[in-house]
Design a protein around this ligand. Structure first.
Ligand code: PLP
Ligand code: SF4
Length: 464
């Protein structure tokens, strides 16, 4: 292990955050704890019943930091972080909401509630098949669960022990897979599979850990996955990325958690190995960057030599204004972070409640982008992670009398598709790539026939 780095682990840091109190202990609230969140006691009985009804269907998990420091309880229900984490009546269709509310009101038995919930969940999620089974690579003829290799340069890795989060976003449907396995033997086997796969694939330059949230794992577990990748024989791995919402939902992970300093030392080891360690931080709202502990967490991460890149989906009721994004990017730049992606929310889950059409998403993106300096214009978006690749809406224009969207791939299953402009008919309501039709009377987009052949060859499955 490297000698203790005083710059990373600075005892003065702790004074800034403890504000005279003990370090905050992580306390999680799920559906059964709705009654014990003090801030909810002021809400009307109907609102609490509504929360119970909706949280039977949609994921619900918050923690004391989100509740005490991020939500403005004087602005309920409009508060963006409240909308981000607490179930809202409008997230279900009216009839479904009424059905669940009735069951809760008459104190139906848990089994009945569960069955009703499952029916609604099935309708909300058009792809109930586990996304992780798609693009699953194989190693010596054996499918590697917990990996996705869709774009040549980057392999996605889902450690089984990282399949949960410090709090849940209400729009997220990955929770269907949240089945955290805290088995070290399994972790070792998975880590060994990752190392062998990356060894056999010299085209991989980036390994992206995702979840859930890989930083839900203890440092001791995380290092079992990361350390083997630092071996000199894997010099083709240029970067290791951690997709995480911990800086937003639980910045204590980097400051006061018992193994926070060990985590920072792990980051330092990656950097010392000559690789880029990037935290792909999910920030939904500028408020998540305002608390002293979040700012301290970012400073500590950056002192290790790691880079913080920021991304989030555009979500109605949470961050659907240009001011919100401009403010978020400005704060990120101030803190030395790099704005990276604005995503369009995938069309799953309670889509109607959260959805922002592409036309509006682009206008909003441009309005925000045009107000920040070049340091904030590292961000790309609005981008759809669709089955053929990541497609950005570059703009809207009129060409020879036809109003069109200009689109291009930022990532694609075939790298040759990347960066080639293509055009779709303008459609004010379209919210996803499937809703778009080619412009200029063409029958299909340039990549479609090849993509169809890929699917027929079973290089890809369904939608991922
Ligand atoms: C977004 C994504 C990546 C990473 O793409 P970058 O543009 O390199 O950030 C890798 N794999 C999958 C499946 C993705 O969706
Ligand atoms: S942090 Fe990410 S994985 Fe976790 S609930 Fe939110 S969107 Fe889903």
């Amino acid at each position: 292990m490297l000698p203790r780095n005083e710059r990373t682990v600075n005892p003065g840091d702790l004074r800034i955050v403890s504000r005279g109190h003990e370090a905050r202990k992580y306390r999680v609230y799920t559906r059964k704890d709705l009654g014990s969140i003090p801030q909810l006691s002021g809400l009307s009985p109907e609102r609490r019943l509504a929360m119970e009804a909706v949280s039977a269907v949609l994921p619900f998990r918050v923690n004391n930091y989100v509740v005490d420091e991020l939500i403005d309880w004087s602005d309920i229900p409009n508060d963006p972080i409240f909308q981000l984490t607490f179930p809202q009546p409008g997230m279900l269709a009216p009839a479904e909401f009424e059905r669940m509310a009735a069951l809760v009101r008459e104190q139906a038995d848990p089994q009945q509630l569960k069955e009703a919930a499952r029916e609604i969940q099935f309708r909300l999620n058009p792809h109930p098949a586990d996304q992780r089974e798609l693009n699953v690579p194989s190693l010596d003829g054996e499918e590697q669960q917990g990996m996705q290799h869709k774009y040549r340069e980057t392999v996605l890795f889902f450690p089984a022990a990282g399949q949960t989060c410090h709090a849940y976003c209400t729009y997220c449907f990955r929770w269907a897979q949240f089945v955290g396995i805290d088995d070290l033997k399994f972790a070792n086997r998975q880590a060994e599979g990752l190392q062998r796969y990356v060894t056999q694939h010299p085209e991989i330059s980036s390994v992206l850990f995702t979840g859930g949230d890989p930083l839900i794992m203890k440092t001791a577990v995380l290092r079992r996955f990361i350390d083997p990748l630092l071996d000199p024989s894997l010099s083709h791995v240029e970067s290791i990325r951690l997709g995480t919402k911990a800086p937003g939902y639980w910045p204590q992970r980097f400051v006061t958690d018992a193994d926070a300093d060990d985590l920072l030392r792990l980051f330092e080891r990656v950097v010392a190995s000559g690789r880029n360690l990037a935290l792909m931080a999910h920030f939904s709202h500028p408020r998540e960057l305002e608390t002293p502990i979040a700012q301290l967490a970012i400073r500590r991460i950056r002192r290790t030599g790691a880079v913080v890149r920021c991304q989030a989906p555009l979500i109605r009721h949470v961050n659907d204004s240009a001011e919100c994004w401009a403010e978020m990017w400005r704060r990120q730049v101030r803190l030395g972070c790099v704005p990276y992606y604005m995503f369009v929310e995938r069309n799953t889950g309670p889509k109607e409640y959260f959805h922002v059409p592409l036309a509006r998403a682009h206008t909003l993106f441009r309005d925000a982008y045009s107000t920040v300096s070049g340091l904030g214009r590292t961000v790309r978006g609005p981008s759809m992670s669709a089955s053929p690749g990541k497609v950005v809406v570059d703009g809207e224009c009129t060409i020879q009398g036809e109003r069109v969207f200009a689109l291009k791939f930022l990532q694609a299953r075939n790298p040759e598709w990347v960066g080639r402009p293509f055009f779709a008919r303008y459609d004010e309501k379209a919210a996803w790539l499937d809703d778009l039709r080619p412009a200029f009377g063409e029958r299909e987009f340039f990549f479609e026939s090849e993509f169809r052949r890929m699917k027929e060859d079973r290089l890809v499955f369904a939608d991922a």
